[in-house]
Design a binder for this molecule. Sequence first.
Ligand code: GLA
Length: 347
Amino acid sequence: MGFQEIFGALPEASAKAPGRVNLLGEHTDYQEGFVLPAPLPYSTRVEAGRAEGRVEAYSENVRELRARPLESPPQGDFLDYLLGVVLALREAGHPVPGARFYVRGEVPMGAGLSSSAALEVAALKALRLLYRLPLSDREVAVLAQRAESAYVGVRCGLMDQMVASLGELGKAFFLDTRTLTHENLPLPPKTRVAVLDLGLGRRLAEAGYNQRRQEAEEAARRLGVRALRDVADPSLVEGLPEPLNKRARHVVSENLRVLRGAEALRRGDARTFGELMVQSHRSLSQDYEVSLPELDQLVEEALGAGALGAKLTGAGFGGAVVALLEEGRYEAFRKALLSRFPGLRVL
Ligand code: GLA
């Protein structure tokens, strides 16, 4: 199958964007904080052609052709992301009359690895070529996030779209989500990142995510700051009522961990980076309460199997675990974990 078989014409533009794994800095991006994700070697490729007044798309992953006029409301399928980016472009003043897409995605879905950001960014980059739009990669990321929050309805931060649009494979992407300044940092020498996916899916992720976001906003409001990023004295969060104190404690301490993590990467210090990942996971589990017993256990087992650090990655409520290990230990690590969790996918 290909674009031509589906639409009877050749594609006029094509682009791709990767999924991501987040190494440090969870649930900080919607409080204008710091994050440290890395692109994955798995991408979504989108081929595009012109259309008028409608958006049509075929996805190889779900093997479905879908089409809707531009005025349609979201319907909870993959076409929402594509219609969403076309509408975001139009709202930003770009003359995009419609489009046809052929989508081929390698990023595992439902594992918290940002397959949706990969799809949005790849589609926007294909549209940029197709309609010769004067957009920077950063503007692409901002429009992708707008599509997801305004049209698809997930009030996510900017991390996933920024790393999908601007990240460099093999490097960590250190991003200040307030100023959008970013830096590609090398991973520690002789280490390897492993993604561990138990296939848990995500349970009530959207409701849980939006609730955490509201709690963080409420905590910032009570502390009298624009965002939790601005809390200068971490002890101030202890005066908040439960559970806002715990939520704020996570965000404030997580921002510090990202800053320390970036420093550790600059000096090639894998051990410190690994310790920060472990602290991040404990904070996500105990203070932010977005982990699951299965993820806690997988993190412990990964550490037991020799990882320098491990934590859940992404929003939590399911999804995958990311581990950092010494390159030479990878095979033994993989075998040890597969013998404990037979259904595990190690990416
Ligand atoms: C999801 C969101 C991101 C970020 C993470 C948690 O991946 O899309 O914006 O908030 O959760 O770190």
